[in-house]
Design a binder for this molecule. Sequence first.
Ligand SMILES: O=P(O)(O)OC[C@H]1O[C@H](O)[C@H](O)[C@@H](O)[C@@H]1O
Length: 497
Amino acid sequence: MALPDWSTIRALEAAPLKQLFDRDSGRVATLSADVAGIHFDWSKTHLTPQAVQAFAALAADMGLAAKRDALFAGQAINVTEGRAAEHTAERGEGAPESVARARGFHSRMRALIDAIEAEALGPVRHILHIGIGGSALGPDLLVDALGRDADRYDVAVVSNVDGAALDEALDRFDPQATLIAVASKTFTTTETMLNADSALGWLEAHGVEDPYGRVIALTAAPEKAIEWGVDETRVLPFTESVGGRYSLWSSIGFPAALALGWDAFEEMLEGAAEMDRHFRLTPLDKNAPALAAFADLYYAQARGCETRATFAYDERLRLLPSYLQQLEMESNGKRVTAEGQPVDWPTAPITWGGVGTDAQHAVFQLLHQGTRLVPVEFVGVIEAGDGQADAHHNQLLLNMFAQGAALMAGKPHDDLARAYPGDRPSSTLLLDTLDPRTLGALLAFYEQRTFVNAVLLGINPFDQFGVELGKEMAKAAAQGGGDFDPSTTDLIARAFG
Ligand SMILES: O=P(O)(O)OC[C@H]1O[C@H](O)[C@H](O)[C@@H](O)[C@@H]1O
């Protein structure tokens, strides 16, 4: 398989942003795209039409078109695990048999949601969603972003094995009106199973008759859920070829589908499908996931940037940075190619970020004046979602725009401590409104951007072997074994005697 040749990318002319704007009056139009209610603007990055061309050539060398086809066709592109990555089939874009299977699972989920709404499982006001990683971050984001005005159900997502996380949810929930959704692709994850056991114990301790009757399982391992005690009729399966961090479109999205309503869940799938079609059919120089990945790779490979930051200028999207951390770092934080050869180019940068305007008063100092170059991404929404005076949303958006402008413009000063170097890049994603469709499209955009990055980096974004060793060692320690170094042995002894 071809290895990426970065020489053309690294040799690209690195003209300052201001010069790029002066040279080309059409720059904003050239380096922007509008898809599914989202405006993307990369004009304040150092991408140029020449750079885009160079990346398109690299994409051709790395077989992006064929790999994209293979992704949508349900071929086994997760080569290290010998399986497909079929999250797009969940939203109707994939191999016909996979789409049909996903529809079947969705119908099952819908039927159970109808039954819950009809109180067939007894009165339900609280949903305790227990899962971790991909089985928590996506659903948590969806409910937090779109469920603020939804008064159908009160949802808590508990992931951490720290009992304080479970305490917090249980303290405010009524055991007689709580439904527990245990979300785990494998149904073996230690944290999730311990939290699920404790939550069941809580139901029991509060006199709930038939606690297992209040449990729904969301999993790709239905037999394990049944073995654990969930009745088959309340197991909502999804397919093994949907990866954990790509699974919010499957039954893992259950709390969102329940809290927001089925129509909203379907609109979210449709928004994602719209982005998928855009990704599949649009030439690379107008293709949003591809252009975003080109900018990512330019900064990582040609400018030595080790991190990339996303700031959501919308409180409803405050969980977006954590969701992106798993999506991008677990997918592309790899050190070998898909064929297992060591790479000698940097792979995924560190994804970090926060919420605007808060972050301006905390971390933006480094972005404006630090020695490290950090490509920044701003995400904002034109239509306000709050109940306060317009001044709030206006301030929010104007601050976002001002930060992007300031990073680029800089400001000279005789006193260097007060000078801003400028020429610092940012991209902006501006949603018309935040609704299920635009959020679905936004998340699919991030998935596909991660995929393009992976293909051009020559790596497999769909495995995550790197998370296993720590789990194994924790398990060994819990069993009183494990061959630990002196420091770790000392720490274990201090904590457990
Ligand atoms: O859904 P589960 O099987 O419980 O897995 C939950 C999470 O744990 C693993 O360690 C992986 O790092 C994640 O990719 C996964 O989403």
